[in-house]
Design a protein around this ligand. Structure first.
Ligand code: ATP
Length: 228
């Protein structure tokens, strides 16, 4: 059974059409990339899938069911950078996030270890590198041990070292069995970390399938911004 099924999703914001009839399926164990230039509809797709945006039409199914509070708890999401407190430690920040999510302390310890911050957990957030800050953000998505992670442009704004850290963390989490859905406008990122990809252009699906098939054959012009 697919982890996520989007069927015929459309979305308009006022006069702007952001998505046009998007259908895709994410299978368990995949690292599924949504690839497209800025404005192609990636964030809109993830927002609708997570229930933070309402589709104009179409359906979303998680784990073969209509979205419910119970299956929402099986999904960890990073759509925007969380507001961590600069003078609190990594651990204190995660304990606060865990409180909001009703996750337990054990889950905090597991998340810190999973992102490689166990030994830095008592250090103040403000002293962290960009990559460490983003790894802490990823740790917050792991609270409650979700089966699926949904990440919107997780390496945006990072320096090269941070990008490398976050990409290898995504690969490690996938190897540990998480299904990961990740939006990116970077072809090399998708090639490096994803098993499957959907290529979006102006809110339309242009191609979808295993990365090796799609990126080998896709016209790379697709990945440029569409002409007006
Ligand atoms: P980015 O990487 O820049 O976030 P994206 O691929 O995630 O791009 P979306 O953010 O989903 O794309 O935007 C798709 C289209 O919808 C764009 O034309 C965008 O301008 C428009 N859009 C997104 N959010 C809104 C909004 N709240 N109101 C009006 N238009 C919006």
């Amino acid at each position: 059974m697919p982890i996520l099924e989007l069927e015929n999703l459309s979305k308009t914001y006022g006069g702007t059409t952001a998505l046009k009839g998007l259908t895709l399926q994410v299978e368990p164990g995949s690292v599924y990339g949504l690839l497209g230039p800025n404005g192609s509809g990636k964030t809109t797709t993830l927002g609708i899938a997570l229930g933070v945006l309402r589709a104009s039409s179409g359906t979303v199914r998680w784990f073969g069911q209509e979205p419910t509070a119970a299956n929402r708890r099986r999904i960890g999401a990073l759509l925007e950078t969380p507001n961590f407190f600069p003078y609190l430690s990594a651990r204190q920040n995660l304990l606060l996030a865990a409180d909001v999510k009703q996750a337990d302390t054990r889950s905090v310890d597991q998340a810190l270890d999973a992102v490689g911050l166990g030994t830095r957990q008592h250090d103040a957030f403000r002293g962290f590198s960009l990559g460490m800050k983003q790894r802490l953000a990823l740790a917050s998505t792991l609270l409650g041990s979700p089966e699926v992670l949904v990440l919107d442009e997780p390496t945006n704004g990072l320096d090269p070292q941070g990008i490398a850290e976050v990409r290898s963390l995504v690969q490690r989490l996938a190897a540990e069995g998480k299904t990961i859905i990740l939006a990116s406008h970077l072809l090399d990122e998708i090639e490096k970390v994803c098993t499957h990809v959907a290529v979006l252009q102006r809110g339309e699906l242009r191609a979808a399938g295993p990365v090796s098939n799609i990126l080998a054959t896709a016209d790379r012009v697709l990945l440029r911004p569409a002409p007006d």
